[in-house]
Design a protein around this ligand. Structure first.
Ligand code: UDP
Length: 238
């Protein structure tokens, strides 16, 4: 499949048109941003890791009956995906308190929840991705109730699958962000990426952070953390 003109450039990825309107090509960059774009940097090799990790996880999810936009990995950094219109919601699932949950509600990081939580942010950079509930999402016509129900149910299934997968390689899945899209026929599928940019991963044995918090909080060894997660996942593939 050939890459035609660039349609869009985001913070971590570029999106290109192909000859087939049903398919797009995404190209992952090494650029990293945090705090709504205030902090900028580069994480060497991140694009290739996030591309391969996302594809591996999406294929695992597909095997478990979760529809995704994944089509085919083209190269280290490039993947063919189904063209979708993105539902402008960031869906955050949490198993353990961290990040904004700890900050907003005044609790320590590391509290293990009895049940996972789910929340939505309105995907809007100018507004700083404000937290909204499903009533707001419907009022803003971001999604229908039926779509929201599908998104919630898929997100919890994805959480179960990912938690089990990462547990096998000694990684605790603390929280993560998902994005969903609509195919031309309206089917909701998982889109975007699943990577150390969008998940919090803690080493089961040491509690060490193996994700973008190392960049956000200037903890050092950022590249090594991304590589370590990838190494464990490919090891698990046998
Ligand atoms: N997250 C993300 N993109 C965002 C906001 C959050 O991928 O724009 C991910 C983040 O990496 C973490 C989870 O969603 O795994 C929960 O993030 P939180 O709401 O705690 O915000 P943060 O502290 O990451 O800004």
């Amino acid at each position: 499949m050939k890459k035609l003109e660039q349609l869009y450039e985001g913070k971590a990825k570029k999106v290109f048109r192909t000859e087939n309107p049903a398919y797009l090509i995404v190209a992952y960059k090494d650029d990293a941003t945090a705090f709504n774009g205030e902090k900028k940097g580069t994480i060497q090799g991140k694009g290739a890791i996030n591309n391969r990790m996302t594809n591996l996880l999406m294929q695992m999810l597909e095997q478990q009956g979760i529809p995704t936009h994944f089509v085919k990995e083209l190269s280290d950094r490039e993947t063919v995906v189904k063209a979708v219109t993105i539902v402008p919601l960031e869906v955050i699932v949490r198993n353990i308190s961290a990040g904004h949950f700890a900050q907003n509600y005044g609790v320590a990081e590391g509290i293990v929840f009895d049940q996972p939580t789910i929340e939505f942010s309105y995907k809007n950079d100018a507004l700083g991705d404000p937290l909204i509930n499903s009533y707001h999402a419907r009022a803003l016509k971001l999604a229908t109730q039926e779509e929201i129900d599908t998104i919630v149910s898929l997100s919890f299934r994805i959480n179960q699958a990912l938690q089990a997968f990462f547990q096998k390689v000694g990684i605790i899945l603390v929280d993560f962000k998902l994005e969903f899209g609509r195919l031309a026929d309206g089917t909701i599928v998982l889109a975007d990426e699943i990577s150390p940019d969008t998940c919090r991963f803690w080493d089961q044995a040491t509690g060490e952070k193996l994700d973008k918090d190392r960049f956000r909080r200037d903890l050092g060894h950022v590249e090594e953390a991304y590589e370590e997660v990838m190494r464990r996942l490919t090891g698990a593939q046998g």
